[in-house]
Every structure is written in structure tokens, then in C-alpha cells.
Design a protein. Structure first.
Length: 672
């Protein structure tokens, strides 16, 4: 299991599609040496693309992938060779980053050759070769303490609009998995893409297609197979869209030697779970030191759950997150004894220590590997290495009903999910990105893909209560108290994790006020339960705002919604929405404001109540006048985590209703 903060590097071992390395190294290459401009003829396969007509693409397309060719040759169970050719036509200045090619390598994966060319619209061809490539370490991308992942980075000169840049490289590796992923859809259009697979005699394969219509394999002579796709539409990024791996066209192909699946060949999720179970076997054995620590932590605890809380809090807070990605160590955890003695580890290490300490308490638990981007892996996804994180499923009594992050398994009983890497979410809860997400439950008997529970929306949200006073000049003065639960509290604590000065601690409050008030002055601010995740996080602040109410023809126009913005404008575009809208998690936010009106004024008009429910989300608000005070209350609730494209118009209408309510004003007039 690879580090949750370094998922792209694990995928890059077989599919070099990410632009992340290129973005980080373009500036570095410019500092080390100026762009190269060596003359040299581009190969015939590139020149054949020059005269080929281009279809009409989207106006904002920065480049087009004219040609892609991936040839995979399985030489032996522990030896695979991959040859890649790609050529892009740069259409806009933003497409220049496609002139940087980067190939990941490590002790198990060698770059045999790399070469690049540019065919300019006018003038002679340029070329760059192996000796022009720059080797960079990738550990800085994921925050690892140590990593054996590196990249060869080649900058192709003159990657300017109108020019064609192309490259080819060859790698040879000893694979951890007998599997490959062909990702043939990108954020730019693809005119033509080819994939071929050469297997030894008597070997077989299984191809599974994701987010695309299956293309049957061609040829088959001498156990060589090939696939071709053409005119693949680009994936234009949209706000709040599903993760790329959940929507891009891909083919997952698994190789099987004679006699059935190899240990590292995944015909089903069961096989992957079996493989991973072998990696973790014996590593959670509690030592005498671990047992002694368990005894110390639980000595004064009376219930089993309190003892489990003590253990999980220890792993969350006393074991630092540090990742060391070396070889199989990207997937295999260190032993619990090493993690305990060193007091650091990554997600799978912290999960291992958690399981070990729970065993010392007599509690059984299991590994769960999961992708932190909900939607990357789903119920119809074939078994493959699509995970970036490790958590724990803890077996608890079936009669336990007080915890919500639970699932009743037909064979194992009730399982409580817990993330030991998450320092802020306490035992009994999981954050939004893990909810309703699919993870692989790893047991000694194999693996099982299952859906994690979705928590009630009431467990996540902001409860905001304000008492304020308005004077005849329109000046507003008062106090607001916020209680933040679940992910809302997690965000608050995370934003303040490094705050050392009072000015830093009030910045989140300033952001809240500045999004709703044209001017303000904070007169008091405090934070509650900053370090106690078992209690709701909170803000308490007082402020004054000049000219909050607008004086028009002797009338005061007062907006009852003081602070807090729930409306969103990302759907207000001319282009039709292409993908579903994904929410981070279920949520219920509630606001209530009480505004004392100036003496000598009386109510003239109130905003209408709002009562809208679209199933996936709802919004309710009302404004009342009582005892010379305006009383405003509203509730915004997200109940479903995904809004399909065909219902995006409903979400747009909901946000428009909310925006209108947030702008509405009450009208006050002078009394008799």
C-alpha cells in the first residue's frame, strides 16, 4: 500500500500520464541549462502526423494527443518491457508543458532509453537524447522521509503553439503486480491511441474496460494482442467533479501464467486481498513492550470502548506520520514493533500498530485499503491497485449501537472503521471522503470490496447562533457563537494547526466575516476545544459593522442573514455540465440570528420563507418579528453525496434559491 500522500507515484510506475512532475521540473530545467536546440530529424512515425487533418476540437483545447502507442511485452513473471511513443500538437501557450516528458524509475524499474523531438511549423526539426535528460528525486512530491522513486525528465525544445512535440522511451521492470492499466483518455483530446500486449506461450490475460465501450482485441497470433481507440474526447475539468480515475477511459489488463493466477495476479478482489494479507502477516504481533504500553494506557479505563479510545488516540497523536517508500515498502507495512520503537510511520504502519495494540487488548481487527478520492474505485471496478490509503476495521460486539461508523458484516459481525492517520477525527467516526466509499477489506481468507457507511448529516455541520443589536444609523453590534462538528470541526482545527499568534488564530473568523460583511471590526474572538477532538470545535466572536443596514427614503433595509454563505456559483456557466457533482460528505448547517431593531422603528416587511427539498439536498429558512426583534433561522442539508448530470439543473436551482434568500432584506420604518 502506497502512502496516501504519494498515490500518483505508485500509479506512475506503469502509466506515465500525470503532468505533476513536469510542472515541478520545468523551472528547474530552465535554471540548470537553457532549452536545447540541437538539429536532428524526427522519426518517420512523427512526420506521418504532420499532414494528417485535425478534427475540430474545443476552443480552449491547449493541445491534442495526435498519436499514442504503448507496447507491453511480458518476458517472464518477473520481467516486463514497455515501449511508449507519444506525439502532441501544441495549440495554445498553456500546452507548452507537454514538451516535458518524465519517466519514473527505481531499483525495480530501469529506463533503457528516452528520446524526444520537435517538428516546428517552420524550420528544421529539433531533438534531445538520453544524455540531455535530468534525473530528479520524487520524494519532495509526497513528503516522504526517503523514497527510491526518481524520474528522468527530458525537455523538448520549441514546444510552442503550432509545433508538434513527441518522444519515445523504453523501460524494463520487475513488477509487483502482473497487471497494467492503459489510460487512453486525457484532459486533452486523443486522436489515436494504440496498446499491444505480447505474452509468452500459454499465458492468458483478462481485459476490463472502465468508463468506455469495450474494444475487442485484434490479432492474437503468436499470443500478441492489440487494441486501438480513436477520437477520444478530452476531460475538461469542472468544479466538484468526480476523481479522474472514476471517469477517464481505461483498460485494466491482468496477465496469467499457465496454471492460473500467480500470487501477484489479481483475477478478483479476493486475490488482491490474499496477496496483501501475505504482506501484512505477522507484522501486527504485539511485543512485550507494546503489551506494556497497552496496559499503561488502559489502566484507569472502565469500559472496553474507553480502552480502545486510549489506544487509538495514542496512535493518532504519539506516532508521527513519516513515510519511507523503498521497494515493496510502498505496499508492505513495517512491523508494529519497529513503528512503536521509532514512534513514526505512514498510514499502513499506523494501521499495523493499531491492530497490534488492539490485539494486546484482545480485540480483533482487519486492514482496509481505500482510495481517499471517493469514486476512484466502485462496485463495478475490476481488481487492481487503485488504492492510496490504509485504515482499520475493528470488530466490536454486534450489540454495540452507540457508534455510527459501523457495518454489519455477514460473517465477521459488526465492524467499526477507524483511520489512525487522521489525528482529528476520533474513534467512532470517519471523515466525509471515506464515507460511502469503497474499500478492500483484507482478511487471511482473502479480500472483499465493500462500501463504508455513510454517517447521518447531523454529525457534520456548523451550528451558528448570533445575538445582535442594530441602531438607527445602521450600525450592527453583537456576538456569534459557532459549534462545528465532524468534518466542519476537522477543517477548523486543521486551519489553526500551525497558528502561533493571535492574529493567525482569528484569520478563519475574518474569512467568515469578510465573505458576508462589507466592513467589520472584531472586538473579541476565542476558540474552543482546539485539541480535544472528542468535543465539538467552536468559535466565539464579537464584532461591529458600520452601515450594515441601508437607509433608503427613511426606511432601514436589514439583511437577516448576517454571516455564512451556502450558495455556490460554479454551475452558472454557458457550457453544459458533463460530470456529476460530488459533495465531500453529508452535512447539516444551521444558522439562527436575533437582531434587536432600533428604538422608534417598527416592521414594514419581511422576506418570504423558503422551503425547498430536492432529495439530495434541502434548504429551509424563515424570518419572524417578535418583541422588537428580527428572528432569522435556516437549515441547509446535504443528504446524498453525488448529484448525477441529469439532476444538475435541480442543484443549480437550489443554489439560486439560497442566493436569493441570502440577499433578502427586512424593511423597517419609523414608528409613531
Amino acid at each position: 500500500m502506497i502512502s496516501k500522500y504519494f498515490y500518483n507515484q505508485g500509479r506512475a510506475l506503469r502509466a506515465i500520464n500525470s503532468r505533476a512532475i513536469g510542472f515541478l521540473t520545468i523551472a528547474l530545467l530552465a535554471v540548470v541549462r537553457p532549452p536545447l536546440a540541437r538539429c536532428g530529424d524526427a522519426p518517420p512515425w512523427m512526420h506521418a502526423l504532420v499532414a494528417a487533418p485535425l478534427p475540430v476540437y474545443e476552443e480552449k483545447t491547449k493541445a491534442v494527443l495526435l498519436y499514442s502507442e504503448t507496447n507491453v511485452t511480458v518476458l517472464a513473471p518477473d520481467r516486463i518491457r514497455t515501449q511508449v511513443r507519444e506525439a502532441y500538437k501544441i495549440l495554445r501557450p498553456e500546452g507548452r508543458d507537454y514538451g516535458v516528458v518524465h519517466v519514473v524509475f527505481n531499483p525495480e524499474r530501469k529506463v533503457k532509453s528516452i528520446h524526444g523531438w520537435c517538428i516546428p511549423a517552420q524550420g528544421k526539426d529539433f531533438e534531445v537524447k538520453d544524455r540531455d535528460a535530468l534525473e530528479v528525486s520524487l520524494s519532495v512530491l509526497g513528503g516522504e522521509l526517503a523514497s527510491d522513486q526518481k524520474a528522468k525528465v527530458l525537455q523538448i525544445p520549441a514546444a510552442d503553439p503550432g509545433n508538434i512535440v513527441g518522444y519515445e522511451y523504453e523501460v524494463e521492470e520487475r513488477p509487483f503486480f502482473l497487471q497494467d492499466i492503459w489510460s487512453f483518455q486525457e484532459v486533452v483530446p486523443v486522436r489515436e491511441s494504440h496498446y499491444s500486449l505480447q505474452l509468452p506461450a500459454s499465458w492468458e490475460f483478462k481485459a476490463s474496460w472502465l468508463n468506455a465501450t469495450e474494444v475487442k482485441a485484434a490479432d492474437g497470433a503468436n499470443n500478441r494482442w492489440s487494441w486501438t481507440v480513436r477520437d477520444v474526447k478530452s476531460i475538461i475539468p469542472e468544479p466538484e467533479m468526480p476523481p479522474m480515475d472514476g471517469i477517464r477511459g481505461q483498460m485494466v489488463v491482468t496477465f496469467f501464467p499457465p496454471g492460473g493466477p500467480a500470487v501477484n495476479g489479481f483475477a478478483a478482489w479476493y486475490d488482491m486481498g490474499k496477496w496483501y494479507s501475505g504482506l501484512v502477516q505477522g507484522r501486527d504481533e504485539p511485543t512485550d513492550e507494546i503489551k506494556a504500553q497497552v496496559a499503561r494506557l488502559t489502566a484507569d479505563k472502565s469500559t472496553q470502548f474507553e480502552k480502545m479510545q486510549a489506544i487509538t488516540q495514542f496512535v493518532q497523536h504519539d506516532i508521527r506520520y513519516v513515510s519511507i517508500q523503498l521497494g515493496i515498502g510502498g505496499w508492505q507495512p513495517h512491523s508494529a514493533s519497529d513503528v512503536f520503537s521509532h514512534r513514526y510511520g505512514d498510514c499502513k504502519d499506523k494501521a499495523t500498530l493499531t491492530r497490534s495494540m488492539l490485539r494486546g487488548l484482545g480485540v480483533e481487527s482487519y486492514f482496509v485499503v481505500i482510495n481517499t478520492e471517493r469514486g476512484s474505485v466502485g462496485p463495478n471496478t475490476p481488481a487492481h491497485n487503485g488504492f492510496d490509503h490504509a485504515i482499520v476495521a475493528i470488530k466490536i460486539p454486534d450489540t454495540e449501537t452507540s457508534q455510527v461508523a459501523t457495518l454489519l458484516h455477514p460473517k465477521l459481525g459488526k465492524l467499526l472503521f477507524f483511520d489512525p492517520t487522521d489525528e482529528i477525527t476520533p474513534l467512532g467516526e470517519i471523515r466525509g471522503e471515506l464515507q460511502a466509499n469503497y474499500g478492500l477489506l483484507v482478511t487471511p481468507d482473502g479480500g472483499e470490496l465493500l462500501a463504508l457507511p455513510q454517517q447521518p448529516s447531523a454529525m457534520n455541520g456548523v451550528e451558528r447562533h448570533g445575538k445582535l443589536t442594530l441602531d438607527s444609523t445602521g450600525r450592527l453590534v453583537g456576538q456569534v457563537i459557532e459549534i462545528r462538528k465532524g468534518d466542519r470541526g476537522l477543517e477548523g482545527r486543521w486551519n489553526l494547526r500551525a497558528a502561533a499568534k493571535d492574529t493567525d488564530r482569528i484569520k478563519p473568523i475574518e474569512n467568515i466575516l469578510s465573505s458576508s460583511l462589507p466592513n467589520y471590526r472584531i472586538t473579541h474572538a476565542s476558540v474552543s476545544n482546539m485539541h480535544d477532538a472528542t468535543q465539538p470545535f467552536g468559535y466565539d466572536y464579537s464584532f461591529e459593522s458600520e452601515n450594515y443596514a441601508k437607509n433608503t427614503a427613511g426606511l432601514l433595509l436589514v439583511r437577516p442573514r448576517i454571516v455564512g454563505v451556502k450558495s455556490q456559483g460554479f454551475l452558472e456557466t454557458k457550457e453544459p455540465r458533463r460530470f456529476a457533482v460530488e459533495f465531500q460528505g453529508p452535512v447539516r448547517d444551521m444558522d439562527s440570528f436575533e437582531i434587536a431593531i432600533p428604538a422608534g422603528y417598527m416592521l414594514d416587511d419581511l422576506p418570504p420563507a423558503v422551503d425547498v427539498d430536492y432529495g439530495f439536498a434541502s434548504y429551509h429558512s424563515k424570518t419572524e418579528f417578535k418583541d422588537s426583534k428580527l428572528h432569522y433561522s435556516r437549515t441547509f442539508e446535504v443528504k446524498e453525496l453525488s448529484v448525477p448530470v441529469e439532476r444538475v439543473d435541480d442543484l443549480r436551482r437550489l443554489y439560486r434559491v439560497i442566493a436569493g434568500d441570502e440577499r433578502n432584506t427586512a424593511v423597517l420604518r419609523p414608528g409613531p
